[in-house]
Design a protein around this ligand. Structure first.
Ligand code: DGJ
Length: 404
């Protein structure tokens, strides 16, 4: 504002005094001054110094829009590390890899570079052009390793592979070593599937059409769990969660995106114990993000509409093992039915503040994926349930616990 006013003032004075008409050198210098002022003005307008600006470009310390989509945050040694998908100008496929940014105040971010690069080896699972989405990193204190999980789709196979990729590093900012990919829990039944459901003879081929009442009932009864029992369960949109007791869980969209699975990881976080549950069978949830408040677990998810936004969903449970109950959309106000034109990716507990959580979401831009923005909003609580309200701008001072 001040800068624009100054530019205007200089221009008016210069024009009236005939300064510009008199010397070509002065005119040139004047032009340079105007360009500098305009550049400075643009930088000042995009500066994140005044907190969070949901949906707006978010420059890193070098002034470049942060490229860490579908991300999650690890708080380690007094620093927040934001891991996300690198997106390109024209493609959502992985052409670069997983990126990392570091911050101590959640507003100013330093680009730490690519922590897991795509491979140039055509035989590699993570060859350039595959899909690497929704990376999440956790720290394992007993092994001293940082463990990265992400949704992997093999190159040239669309979204049919539905695998999870696992990588590991001794340093939080990598480089991470890619270990393997898999479909979780092969030959393990979920805790919450009955004997009748496990042994049912109904198979997907029995249905000529999807979405009928009979088909929905069969899905709810584990139609796709049985189909994938031997080969492992499909694993797409995902998050990781480490509970207070150090146990870690992988939560992922499975069964053709129709049911969420929550699977316990081994003590080193590098594999699965085989203990898992289904959540909201047939509920069609993607983009799971989880947090815990006063011993109760909450999960915010989305529906399944590709890159288009839809209404968020809320689930809660008294134990991580359930039962998980669905609640109404936690968003309120204009655009609530579109999650403010965004899709959940992570819920961040803010360090040193009790019960303070940030809902992190992506406002996708499939025509120009690199320009997708971030929607971060504080989680508020109403009658014990989380709610989300749009804010054009806010800062961490909002997160002094407020209860209605
Ligand atoms: C929605 C998912 O949430 C995204 O992560 C991505 O997989 C898109 N679908 C692809 O259409």
């Amino acid at each position: 504002m001040v800068v624009s006013f100054l530019s205007f003032l200089i221009m008016s004075v210069s024009t009236r005094s005939g300064f510009l008409r008199q010397t070509p050198l002065s005119a040139f210098l004047f032009l340079i001054l105007c360009i500098c002022l305009t550049g400075f003005s643009a930088l000042a307008q995009s500066s994140p110094s005044s907190g969070f600006h949901p949906g707006k470009p978010w420059p890193d310390q070098e002034g470049v829009h942060i490229n860490a989509h579908g991300g999650g945050i690890l708080y380690h040694s007094n620093t927040y590390y934001w891991f996300g998908e690198h997106k390109s100008e024209r493609s959502s496929a992985a052409l670069v890899g997983i990126t990392c940014y570091a911050s101590t105040d959640l507003v100013h971010w330093k680009n730490e570079g690519v922590v897991l690069s795509v491979s140039d080896d055509p035989q590699s699972d993570i060859v350039r052009g595959c899909v690497m989405e929704r990376p999440k990193v956790v720290y394992n204190p007993s092994t001293g390793k940082f463990v990265l999980y992400f949704h992997l789709e093999l190159k040239g196979q669309g979204y049919s592979a539905a695998r999870v990729g696992i990588a590991v590093s001794d340093r939080v900012t990598g480089p991470y070593t890619y270990l393997r990919s898999l479909r979780p829990n092969a030959n393990h039944w979920p805790l919450n599937m009955t004997e009748a459901q496990r042994t049912s003879a109904i198979v997907p081929g029995d249905f000529s059409r999807w979405w009928t009442d009979e088909w929905r009932q069969a899905v709810s009864d584990g139609l796709f769990v049985r189909r994938d029992h031997a080969g492992g369960q499909m694993s797409r949109d995902m998050t990781l969660y480490v509970d207070d007791d150090g146990k870690a869980y992988h939560i992922y969209a499975s069964e053709e995106n129709l049911t969420l699975h929550l699977a316990e990881l081994t003590d080193d976080y590098l594999g699965y114990t085989g203990k898992w549950i289904r959540i909201d069978p047939g509920g069609h949830n993607e983009a799971p993000a989880i947090f815990k408040k006063e011993g109760k677990y909450f999960m915010i998810t989305s529906g399944c509409t590709g890159w288009d936004p839809n209404a968020a969903r809320l689930l809660s449970a008294p134990s991580i093992w359930g039962p998980w109950t669905r609640h109404p959309n936690p968003c309120t106000g204009p655009d609530a039915d579109l999650t403010f034109r965004s899709q959940s990716t992570f819920i961040l507990p803010v360090a040193d503040r009790k019960d303070a959580f940030i809902f992190m979401a992506d406002r996708w831009n499939p025509r120009k994926p690199i320009d997708a923005t971030y929607v971060w909003l504080p989680i508020q609580f109403h009658q014990g349930l989380p709610i989300l309200e749009w804010m054009d701008q806010w800062d961490l001072s909002f997160l002094v616990l407020r209860d209605f």
